[in-house]
Design a protein around this ligand. Structure first.
Ligand SMILES: [Zn+2]
Length: 279
């Protein structure tokens, strides 16, 4: 989808241009970038309204109503995306399940135990999978909308929790700084995965790479899935947003965070493979 890719490229260029002009510079898109963005938004229609709202391209009361309507009309159900890889998240926040010959590996746990129960546990059941088989929960990064249900899943099903050392620290140190809804659901530190380390469960093997930017210890990963029996390699690059997101709602910009993340974006391992590479 070239126009959507153009939107991503446009946002990236916008980030870089802001970095050049300092932390408090107003975010304005160069005309060429703005044209690509306008074209991408027209092409997407209401498909990416929540993303546009998140980035503050739209933020009027009328826009709020449009986004709420869009979310109400488009609830995502649990979805098999590959033979062994399932979406069990919400429309706003992702959660995925990788099935193996010896249990299930979850990627992320949504905002809180209630969401984990409603979307992940019930979602697995709706897909014919047994949540009691969840052996690991990979917390891809230390933000509440991804770790909020993790401790519940550990306590209920005995699953081990996996995160990078840096983001375990982010979670532990952030307890008093997180928004109130996440302070009580910070998981207890469990397993640590380092850059390049592999997690194996049954016939599945996941290699993790720390890709800082969204958080300092964001865990991306590479693993295999099957599509109608045909094997593919997935490069699961986590969290493309750079908080605090420079946007049109007045958020400030953090060039240090970006300077940590940009070398990762340029790293050859993320240029190839692309998202899916047939093997
Ligand atoms: Zn996040």
């Amino acid at each position: 989808m070239p126009k959507f890719i153009g939107m991503i490229a446009g946002v990236a260029l916008g980030l870089v241009s802001t970095a050049l002009f300092g932390q408090n510079a107003a975010l304005t898109d160069p005309p060429a970038v703005a044209a690509h963005l306008a074209e991408a938004r027209e092409f997407a229609g209401d498909l990416y309204l929540p993303v546009q709202q998140h980035l503050c391209y739209i933020h009027s009361p009328e826009d709020e109503a449009r986004v709420a309507d869009r979310k109400a009309r488009n609830r995502l159900g649990p979805t098999p995306v590959f033979d062994n890889f399932y979406y069990v998240g919400t429309q706003e926040v992702s959660a995925w399940a990788l099935t193996t010959s010896d249990g299930i590996i979850l990627f992320d746990s949504l905002n809180n135990p209630d969401e984990a129960k409603a979307y992940i546990v019930q979602g697995l059941r709706d897909l014919g999978l047994n949540p009691g088989q969840v052996k690991y929960v990979v917390i891809t990064h230390g933000h509440g909308d991804h770790f909020g249900g993790a401790q519940y899943i550990r306590d209920t099903f005995g699953a081990r929790l996996v995160a990078s050392a840096v983001d375990w620290d982010v979670m532990a140190n952030g307890i008093n700084r997180f928004p109130p809804q996440w302070r009580d659901v910070v998981p207890q530190r469990d397993m640590v995965l380092a850059d390049g380390q592999t997690l194996t469960l049954g016939d599945a093997s996941i290699t993790f790479h720390i890709t800082p930017g969204h958080t300092q210890g964001t865990l991306s990963s590479i693993f295999r899935v099957q599509d109608h029996g045909k094997s593919h390699v997935v490069a699961f690059w986590v969290a493309l947003g750079f908080p605090p997101t420079p946007n049109r709602c007045g958020n400030t910009f953090n060039p240090t965070r970006i300077s940590v993340g940009l070398p990762t974006l340029r790293a050859p391992r993320w240029v190839s493979p692309t998202i899916l590479t047939p093997t």
